[in-house]
Write a protein that binds this ligand. Structure first.
Ligand SMILES: *[C@@H]1O[C@H](CO)[C@@H](O)[C@H](O)[C@H]1NC(C)=O
Ligand SMILES: *[C@@H]1O[C@H](CO)[C@@H](O)[C@H](O)[C@H]1NC(C)=O
Ligand SMILES: *[C@@H]1O[C@H](CO)[C@@H](O)[C@H](O)[C@H]1NC(C)=O
Ligand SMILES: *[C@@H]1O[C@H](CO)[C@@H](O)[C@H](O)[C@H]1NC(C)=O
Ligand SMILES: *[C@@H]1O[C@H](CO)[C@@H](O)[C@H](O)[C@H]1NC(C)=O
Length: 738
C-alpha cells in the first residue's frame, strides 16, 4: 500500500468527530467500543483476532509495566517480563488458550518453577511477590513460556534485583560450549525442565495509568494476511490504548511483518509502535520503535517464530495508524554467507531491503583467482549504531569493523585475493542492513599479491608489494609507508671531487666501508657499516687460523671513515669490537653462510665519511647484468700488495646458472656471482667481508653481497662469489636489531 494514499485519505479528528457507531474491537469496555471502532469490515483487521477471555484480560491488566506503587513508603514494584524455555514438553494447541485446563496446569508448573528459582537467591527470595504466565509458544522441540514477575524492593535495592536476576538467568542459560547438556531439573517440580531463562524490564511508558484499554490479539502468521490499527485508514486510531499483536509462525520459521503504511504522531512520547523479538515487551528484545510517518516501506523479521507488535496511543491528536502484511518464512541455518568465487557478485545482509533479523551471523568468504584483489563497495549501509568499537551490530571486513549508517558507497580494497566478510546482529535494535557489490581488480602499481612471494616486499601492515626492490626507492609503495622508513642509509653525505687515482675512490665515496684490523697485523678484512653500532662482514674473516684467534672480539679493531690506510683524520673513527656473531652454520669448506656481524664497543657518531649502507629485504633480487660496486683495500692483483687508497671497481651480477658452471657447481642460491667474464676486475684478498653494492632506483646504495671467495682474483672466465645478503636479512635483524 502506498503511503501517500493513506495520507490523502487521512484527516485528523477530534473525539467529537468519531462516529459512535464504529466498532473496532470485541472489547469489554463499552465506552471504548462506542467511541472508536472499525467501521467497515472491508479491511482484514487484526488477523486472527483471538478473543481473550476475562482470565487473559485480568492477567494483562497492570502488565508490561514498571509499577511504581509506593508501598510501606519505601518499596516500589518492579515488573519484569521474560521467557522460559521448557525442554521436556510437547506443545499443545490448548497452550494458546488461557482458559484451557492445559494452559492453567502448565502455567502453574512454570510459576512454581520460577518461585523455586527465585527462592534459591537471597535477594530475589526477599523481594519476589508475584509471577504469572502470559502465553506460550511452540518452539518446535520445546515450549516457550512468556511470563511476568514482580518484585517489591526499596528503590535502593532495584539494581541488586536486576543483578540477581541476571546472575540466576546466566547460571540457567547454557553457554555456547555447553549447548549439548541442556536442562536443569529443579526441585520440587520435576515435571518441567528449564534450560533458558531470560527476563528484562519493561518500558515505563507502557505503564501509563490513564489508558482506557489494553488488548492483546493472537495472530498466526502461517496464513499470510494483513493487520491494521483500528479504524485504518478511514479514521484515526483510538486514543489512550495499549494494543498488542502476538504474532506466531510455525516452528522453524520467522515472522515477517511488512508495513504498507505507517502514520503516527511525530512525538514518540505520545504515540508509537514497538516491535519485539519475543511475545512479551522485553527491552532486551526490542527490535524497533517507530512514530511519525515512515518514508519508505518497512519490513521486519524475527529471530525465532514469535514477534510482538505494540501500539500505544495518547489522548489527543490521533493519526491513521498502520497497515501491515504478515507472513512467515523458513528459518534456514544458512540464510546468508557462503563462499563466493565469481569475479563479480552482489551480496547483502539477510532479507535486504527488509531490516535484518536479530541474532544473525553471516560469513562470506570471497576467494578470487590469485594475483587479483577484491574491491568491495557498499551501496547501502545501515548496520547498528555508529560508534568506534561497533559493539552491537556490525560488518567486519578482514577484521575491520564497520557500523552506523553513513557508509554509503564506501569502498574497501582487499590486501589479497581472499576476503572474509562477517555480519553480526545482536538481540535488539535492527536496521536495514547493507547491499554490497564486489569485483576483482588487477592492480597495477603497486602490484599486490597474496602471501608475499619471494619477489614481493612485505609492508608493515602485512600487504605485499610486488615491485622490484621498493624499499627506500624514494617512492611510497606501502599504504603505511613502511617501505620508505629508516631510509637514511645508503647515501653519501659528502663526496669530494678529488680523484686520487684510476681505480681509487674519492673521499666519502663509500662511507660504509670499514677496515678491520687485527692488532699487530694491520688490515685483514673489509666490513660495512649497518648502524652506529653494528658492522657486517664475512664469517671466514672471523675464524681462528694459524694460531691467530680471529674469532675473538678483542683481537679486532674497526676503522670507519678511513680513506687511505695508515692515515686517519677527524672523520676517522676507531672502535674496538665488543662481540662477533658469525653465522652458526658457516661451513669453512663450502663457504656456505659466509656472513657475520660485529658489535662495536661504543656507538659511533655518523659523519660525512661514516654512514650506514642499506640492506635489501629478503624479497630483493638482482637481475643478471646489473652493475654493482665492490670496494676495499685488498690486493689490486692476485698475489699483489694491498692497496693504500680505498679501491673501487664495477662488476656485473652474473646469472647463477652460468656462474655455477664457471665455478664447478660450488655456488648455492645463498651466494651470488659478480665480475666481468673478460676478467681483470674482481675482489681479492683483503677485500673479504667488504660490500658488494648496487644502487636502488632512488639512488641509494644497497649491500647485496659480502665478499666471500673466488678462484684466484680477476681471472678470465672466473667470477667473484659473494654471500647473498637478502637471504640473511632476517638473521641480521635477529642478531643486531638492524
Ligand atoms: C501486502 O499484501 C498485498 C496483497 O497481497 C499486496 O498487494 C501489498 O503490496 C503488500 N504490501 C506490502 C507492503 O508488502
Ligand atoms: C549488483 O547490483 C547492481 C544494482 O544494484 C547491478 O547493477 C549489478 O549488475 C549487480 N551485479 C551482479 C554481479 O549481479
Ligand atoms: C552510490 O552508488 C550508486 C551506484 O554506483 C549510485 O547510484 C548512488 O548515487 C551512489 N550514492 C551516493 C550517496 O553516492
Ligand atoms: C647505541 O645506539 C643504540 C641505538 O642506536 C642505543 O640503543 C644504545 O643505547 C646506544 N649505546 C650507547 C652506549 O650509547
Ligand atoms: C640464466 O641463464 C640460463 C641459461 O644460460 C637461463 O636459462 C636462465 O633463465 C637465466 N636466469 C636468469 C635469472 O636470467
Amino acid at each position: 500500500m502506498d503511503q501517500m494514499d493513506s495520507e490523502q485519505r487521512f484527516r485528523p479528528r477530534h473525539e467529537a468527530d468519531l462516529d459512535p457507531s464504529l466498532l473496532f474491537l470485541p472489547a469489554s469496555d463499552p465506552q471504548v467500543e462506542k467511541k472508536h471502532g472499525l467501521s467497515r469490515r472491508r479491511k482484514v483487521f487484526v488477523g486472527v483476532a483471538l478473543l481473550l477471555t476475562a482470565v487473559a484480560l485480568s492477567l494483562l491488566t497492570g502488565l508490561l509495566v514498571w509499577h511504581l506503587h509506593l508501598r510501606d513508603g519505601t518499596k516500589v514494584t518492579k515488573v519484569y517480563v521474560g521467557s522460559m524455555t521448557i525442554s521436556n514438553q510437547n506443545f499443545l494447541l490448548q497452550y494458546e488458550d488461557p482458559t484451557s485446563a492445559e494452559f492453567i496446569q502448565l502455567s502453574e508448573l512454570v510459576s512454581t518453577q520460577l518461585k523455586v528459582i527465585y527462592s534459591e537467591n537471597s535477594v530475589l527470595d526477599k523481594y519476589f511477590t508475584h509471577c504469572s504466565v502470559q502465553t506460550f509458544s511452540d518452539g518446535g522441540t520445546d515450549v516457550m513460556a512468556f511470563y511476568q514477575s514482580e518484585f517489591d524492593a526499596p528503590l535502593s535495592q532495584q539494581q541488586s534485583v536486576d543483578d540477581a536476576l541476571r546472575s540466576v538467568e546466566n547460571s540457567l542459560t547454557p553457554s555456547q560450549t555447553q549447548r549439548g547438556q541442556m536442562g536443569r531439573l529443579m526441585r520440587p517440580s520435576t515435571d518441567i525442565r528449564v534450560y533458558r531463562l531470560m527476563s528484562a524490564a519493561v518500558d515505563p511508558r507502557l505503564s501509563r495509568t490513564s489508558l482506557h484499554d489494553r488488548k492483546s490479539f493472537d495472530v498466526h502468521v502461517s496464513h499470510a494476511d494483513q493487520l491494521a490499527s483500528p479504524g485504518f485508514p478511514d479514521s484515526s486510531y483510538p486514543p489512550g490504548v495499549l494494543l498488542q499483536w502476538r504474532l506466531r509462525a510455525d516452528p522453524f520459521h520467522r515472522v515477517r511483518l511488512d508495513f504498507g503504511s505507517l502514520v503516527l504522531e511525530d512525538d514518540c512520547e505520545q504515540d508509537f509502535i514497538r516491535l519485539y523479538d519475543s511475545l512479551v515487551p522485553s527491552e532486551r528484545h526490542l527490535l524497533t520503535e517507530r512514530c511519525g510517518s515512515a518514508q519508505k516501506s518497512l519490513s521486519f523479521l524475527s529471530s525465532g517464530n514469535v514477534m510482538l507488535l505494540v501500539l500505544l496511543t495518547s489522548e489527543d491528536r490521533n493519526f491513521p495508524g498502520f497497515i501491515a502484511n504478515y507472513s512467515q518464512t523458513p528459518l534456514l541455518d544458512s540464510d546468508c554467507g557462503g563462499t563466493l568465487t565469481a569475479d563479480r557478485a552482489n551480496f547483502s545482509s539477510p532479507f535486504f531491503p527488509s531490516f535484518y533479523p536479530p541474532a544473525v551471523s553471516c560469513v562470506w568468504n570471497i576467494q578470487v583467482s590469485e594475483g587479483k584483489l577484491v574491491k568491495v563497495e557498499f551501496h547501502r549501509f545501515s548496520v547498528g549504531i555508529r560508534s568506534e568499537l561497533c559493539p552491537n551490530d556490525y560488518v567486519e571486513v578482514d577484521g575491520q569493523r564497520l557500523c552506523g549508517d553513513s557508509l554509503k558507497n564506501s569502498t574497501i580494497i582487499s590486501k589479497s585475493n581472499a576476503v572474509t566478510i562477517r555480519f553480526t546482529s545482536d538481540t535488539s535494535f535492527v536496521h536495514q542492513g547493507f547491499i554490497a557489490e564486489y569485483r576483482t581488480l588487477v592492480s597495477t602499481q603497486p602490484h599486490l599479491l597474496q602471501l608475499c612471494s619471494e619477489f614481493s616486499f612485505l609492508c608493515g601492515d602485512g600487504v605485499c608489494v610486488r615491485k622490484d626492490n621498493p624499499q627506500c626507492d624514494g617512492h611510497v609503495d606501502c599504504e603505511d609507508g613502511t617501505d620508505e622508513e629508516h631510509c637514511e642509509c645508503g647515501v653519501r653525505p659528502y663526496l669530494s671531487s678529488k680523484i686520487v687515482g684510476g681505480q681509487d675512490s674519492r673521499e666519502g665515496e663509500w662511507p660504509w666501508q670499514v677496515s678491520l684490523v687485527v692488532r699487530g697485523m694491520g688490515h685483514v678484512c673489509g666490513a660495512s657499516v649497518l648502524s652506529d653500532q653494528w658492522l657486517l662482514t664475512a664469517a671466514h674473516c672471523v675464524q681462528d687460523s694459524a694460531g691467530i684467534r680471529f674469532s675473538q672480539a678483542d683481537q679486532w679493531e674497526a676503522l670507519l671513515g678511513m680513506h687511505m690506510q695508515g692515515h686517519t683524520d677527524k672523520w676517522t673513527v676507531r672502535r674496538g669490537v665488543r662481540r662477533i656473531v658469525a653465522h652458526p652454520r658457516y661451513n669453512a669448506v663450502t663457504f656456505q653462510h659466509d656472513i657475520a656481524v660485529m658489535e662495536l664497543d661504543a656507538n659511533v657518531t655518523l659523519n660525512q665519511r661514516v654512514w650506514p649502507i642499506c640492506l635489501p629485504t629478503s624479497a630483493n633480487h638482482e637481475r643478471p647484468g646489473t652493475h654493482a660496486w665492490i670496494s676495499g683495500w685488498g690486493s689490486t692483483k692476485e698475489g699483489g700488495f694491498r692497496a693504500s687508497v680505498l679501491q673501487k671497481a664495477t662488476v656485473q651480477i652474473i646469472n647463477s646458472t652460468q656462474c655455477s658452471k664457471l665455478m664447478s657447481d660450488d655456488v648455492t642460491d645463498h651466494m651470488m656471482c659478480a665480475g666481468t667474464l673478460q676478467g681483470g676486475v674482481d675482489a681479492c684478498q683483503g677485500d673479504s667481508g667488504g660490500p658488494l653494492s648496487v644502487t636502488g632506483s632512488g639512488g641509494r646504495f644497497f649491500q647485496v653481497g659480502v665478499v666471500s671467495w673466488g678462484d684466484g682474483c680477476g681471472r678470465k672466465n672466473k667470477a667473484g662469489v659473494y654471500t647473498r645478503v637478502s637471504k640473511y636479512r632476517r638473521w641480521i635483524k635477529e642478531q643486531s636489531g638492524v
